[in-house]
Design a protein around this ligand. Structure first.
Ligand code: ARG
Length: 460
């Protein structure tokens, strides 16, 4: 068969190597964007007087028909072609003959593949953002239904201080909101029209690229044709935003694996979202969470892969750049699948309030005991020492603060009074916090309302 560049050669390409270099099996995903870009290019050529108006219109009509066929029947987007650009052009020439052969005037596949991928990301990133908004909405719903329930927060995976369960859910929502903003920035970076760059030096036809940008929904035109032909920063930025979102989903998954596990049982996983063991009848495994944790490695790998592909390239287009697409697509699929799974798991969680609150009590109130002494004029370092010694004694005797008599309290410091018992509880601890980012119930309520308002917009 002939291809887009066969005129230069006197023999047909080596079949196996042609297959090695062809990208149609994966870049067919850009079909819609490729047609969209070509329709706009035909119009721009018509407006510039490069194509007679009737030919530009013929091309537009034929491309629209090709797009419709492909939309109705995805198997239509198939053939021996090298890539999606060749495919679309072949169909156009089959329909229009020479008029179809004029479409590529002043244009190169180097900029075409860039415009396609940019258009693709402009359409697809908002879908990921909406799906991320739904995860945040599920976290907010759990936070709301937890009410004033308490649980321990951990540092070094050891019980640290009591917090509201709602505060825990909102912590993950806070990270995901940053991811939403990062995805927005990634979309913004894709939002520049590369057409008009030609193969590398620009185009010799007076195409109005500003109008073309507007026609395609871009808000600006790239700054430099050499840079544009090999710029995949927008793809890398998208993959960074996605990889970091996956890191956050993975950490949420890990928290839930631990907190739903037999050692804690703060939450119960929905049966429908758990899996059993083929051998051990008692098992209820958190497979979807483990998969999200595992797939995070893929997303990070794709980012590192693309950066590595880009790092040694000389200026201008190089075929290495074809490697961008599978990474982008698989990152998108991985993130989309993980967001949906995490949303379902979070939505299906049941709080074991008693279990969580029981774990929020005990020696993790030590900081509050120290704060009590500070309130009575003891310098914090001294208070830390006094309470540290008290904790050492309690650990040795397998006891907790609640079991101390007033004499025992006073033996460690005469600043302790009978009110210490009522002042050192998980609920008082949480209520004593004063800053807006803290677990104080008022602060958490305000944060919850803010997240709920945000999620209504973001989850669409
Ligand atoms: N399939 C190619 C890619 O993905 C399209 C651009 C081809 N350009 C070229 N000069 N061979 O990058």
């Amino acid at each position: 068969m002939t291809n887009l560049w066969s005129g230069r050669f006197d023999t047909a390409p080596d079949a196996e190597t042609f297959e090695f270099g062809s990208s149609f099996r994966f870049d067919r995903r850009l079909f819609e964007d490729d047609v969209t870009g070509s329709v706009a290019w035909a119009r721009a050529l018509g407006a510039a007087g490069v194509l007679p108006g009737d030919e530009a219109r013929q091309i537009e009509t034929a491309l629209t028909e090709i797009l419709e066929r492909g939309r109705i029947d995805p198997s239509f987007v198939d053939g021996p072609d090298e890539d999606v650009h060749s495919f679309v052009e072949r169909l156009l020439v089959e329909r229009l003959g020479d008029a179809g052969r004029r479409l590529h005037t002043g244009r190169s596949r180097n900029e075409q593949v860039s415009v396609d991928l940019r258009l693709y990301l402009l359409r697809r990133i908002p879908l990921l953002q909406r799906s991320l908004g739904r995860v945040v909405a599920a976290l907010a719903a759990q936070a709301a239904s937890a009410g004033d329930a308490l649980m321990p927060a951990f540092t070094h995976l050891r019980p640290a201080q009591p917090v509201l369960v709602a505060h825990f859910f909102l912590a993950h929502a806070a990270a995901l909101r940053r991811d939403h903003a990062r995805l927005h920035a990634a979309r913004d970076e894709s939002d520049a029209l590369p057409l008009g760059s030609g193969a590398i030096a620009g185009t010799s036809y007076a195409v109005n690229v500003e109008a073309l940008a507007r026609d395609l929904g871009f808000s600006r035109v790239v700054a430099n044709s050499i840079d544009a032909s090999s710029d995949r920063d927008f793809a890398a930025t998208f993959m960074y935003a996605s990889a970091l979102t996956m890191v956050h989903l993975s950490r949420l998954a890990e928290d839930l694996v631990i907190f739903c596990g037999d050692a804690h049982r703060f939450f119960e996983l929905s049966d429908a979202l758990s899996t059993g063991s083929s051998m051990m009848p008692q098992k209820k495994n958190p497979d979807p969470l483990e998969l999200v944790r595992g797939k995070t490695g893929r997303a990070i790998g794709h980012l590192v892969g693309l950066l590595t592909t880009m790092k040694g390239l000389p200026s201008g287009y190089n075929k290495d750049l074809q490697e961008d697409k599978q990474s982008v697509f698989d990152t998108e699929d991985t993130l989309a699948g993980s967001l949906a799974a995490v949303r379902s798991v979070v939505h299906g969680l049941t709080l074991n309030r008693e279990q969580a609150e029981a774990a929020a009590s005990g020696l993790l109130l030590a900081t509050d005991v120290a704060d009590y002494l500070v309130g009575r004029g003891v310098p914090f370092r001294r208070a830390h020492e006094i309470v540290g010694a008290l904790v050492r004694k309690l650990v040795a005797e397998r006891r907790e603060f609640g079991s101390l008599s007033l004499e025992e309290w006073r033996a460690s410091s005469d600043r302790f009074d009978a009110d210490v018992v009522a002042r050192v509880t998980p609920r008082v601890s949480v209520g004593a916090k004063r800053t807006p980012q803290s677990t104080a119930p008022g602060a958490v309520q305000a944060a919850l309302e803010d997240v709920q308002r945000w999620a209504i917009r973001a989850a669409g």
